[in-house]
Ligand binder design. Structure first.
Ligand SMILES: Cc1cc2nc3c(=O)[nH]c(=O)nc-3n(C[C@H](O)[C@H](O)[C@H](O)COP(=O)(O)OP(=O)(O)OC[C@H]3O[C@@H](n4cnc5c(N)ncnc54)[C@H](O)[C@@H]3O)c2cc1C
Length: 300
């Protein structure tokens, strides 16, 4: 049985206290959220922190609310909490699409949104979701807060802009009219990590695409935003033909690798097909609101 190396354990009583503990413990200290990634990595000795700073008691980080024209998600919100939040799914169905297919109920009950993002696994689902939604990450440090676009949050596989001594505290998503969103994932079995997945958000002005966000996951060693496909769509009509072309552009620009989940060419095919499907579903969800009508059954 694999056992982690010996480690100091501290329980934070507030975000300020956690920051203070991080500062006093040095660069080898790590935040402990749900522990679903960190503890297995410690057992395998892939991570050997000297100190764990447990933030599970910090109710100030476990919130989910609409404030003005923003959805705010505290970093300690559990996957299950996000899935259960009707308001989040109403504004951004992509969040519930993704949460329904992340792991299993046990992992979702304990794993956190902040932990998933800070783990920065290139196969992680929420990175693509928040890139598509053009969300903003809020990071606390001893001198205050800084905000970073979700698209600039990941600096490489398992790396983010969160520096030693900092904590991700929340994710903010702007609520804009005329929008629709969707997440499409293919896994080998229920609850598994994706073979490939794509998230898309669309904002419409009549039938013309005024803004879009497309994020893909598991299509390369780095987190991938389909910027050229987004650029292609902006200002064009929301048609099946344009969605298909955007999918092709996304597939041409990503860099999937063959691994135990599938060959690179299959993943490239998924990048195209799932991007197109996500755009199509995002349009279905945006259209009834544009027309001021009711959403149709199955629109999600
Ligand atoms: C069996 C299994 C299947 C899974 N399947 C999927 C899947 O299909 N799709 C998917 O997307 N994910 C999947 N996951 C990951 C899961 O979603 C967890 O949420 C994820 O492992 C990390 O969340 P956590 O809260 O457990 O973080 P932890 O393990 O506690 O922390 C992870 C890392 O983030 C750091 N950290 C945590 N919170 C903060 C913070 N607020 N500020 C700064 N640093 C922080 C920690 O120091 C650590 O380095 C799976 C996990 C398991 C165990």
């Amino acid at each position: 049985m694999q056992v982690p190396a010996q480690v100091e354990y501290e329980q934070a009583a507030s975000v300020e206290h956690a920051l203070d503990l991080l500062a006093r413990s040095g660069p080898e200290a790590r935040i402990l959220a749900g522990g679903h990634s960190l503890i297995p990595m410690m057992k395998l000795r892939l991570a050997q922190p000297e100190t764990l700073i447990d933030i599970n008691g910090l109710s100030e980080l476990a919130f989910l609310e609409v404030t003005g024209d923003e959805l705010r998600i505290g970093a300690l919100t559990r996957h299950a909490g996000l899935l259960a939040a009707a308001g989040a799914g109403e504004h951004f169905p992509i969040l519930h699409d993704a949460e329904r297919v992340i792991a299993d109920p046990v992992v979702r009950e304990w794993g956190t949104i902040g932990g998933s993002l800070c783990q920065a696994d290139p196969s992680e689902d929420l990175s693509a979701v928040f890139a598509a939604l053009r969300a903003t990450m809020v990071i606390r440090h001893p001198a205050g807060i800084r905000t970073v676009p979700a698209r600039e949050f990941f600096t490489g596989p398992y790396e983010t802009v969160v520096a030693p001594g900092e904590i991700l505290t929340e994710i903010r998503v702007a609520i804009r009219p005329g929008g629709g969103s969707s997440y499409q994932k293919v896994g080998r079995r229920v609850g598994d990590w994706p073979v490939g997945a794509a998230g898309a958000a669309l904002w419409l002005d009549g039938d013309v695409i005024s803004g879009t966000g497309i994020g893909l996951t598991a299509v390369g060693a780095r987190h991938f935003v389909a910027a050229e496909a987004e650029e292609f769509l902006r200002g064009r009509p929301a048609t099946e033909e344009n969605f298909g072309r955007a999918g092709q552009i996304a597939a041409e620009n990503c860099q999937p690798v063959s691994d135990q989940r599938g060959p690179a060419e299959y993943k490239r095919h998924l990048a195209s097909e799932l991007t197109t499907r996500a755009l199509r579903a995002a349009l279905r969800r945006a259209a009834p609101r544009r027309a001021g009508g009711q959403r149709r059954p199955g629109d999600g």
